[in-house]
Design a protein around this ligand. Structure first.
Ligand SMILES: [Zn+2]
Length: 86
């Protein structure tokens, strides 16, 4: 249902009025009672922003960098018994 912003030209009272398209325009200010209540051009509140929102990619970001765990130097290194050195 559209929401129209009405404002009274007499007392300045402004209010959003939810009206059906078929409803007659309001003219009487609910604040001061004068027939200076006019619909404003900007129909705020009814604009559906079409930006939408996109599902953030929650794909698992936990793919760990393949940093190989540095192997601890074998205590046997340099003694001739190290299998990596021989
Ligand atoms: Zn008024």
């Amino acid at each position: 249902m559209p929401i129209y912003t009405y404002k009274c030209a007499s007392c300045g009272f402004a209010q959003d009025e939810m009206q059906k398209m078929s409803d007659a325009l309001l003219t009487v200010c609910p604040s001061c009672g004068k027939a200076d209540y006019v619909k404003q051009v900007t129909a705020a509140g009814f604009a559906l922003k079409g930006t939408g929102w996109y599902a953030t990619d929650f794909k698992d970001s936990g793919s760990k960098p393949a940093a190989a765990k540095p192997e601890a130097p074998s205590p046997a290194c340099g003694t001739g018994a190290c299998p990596a050195c021989n």
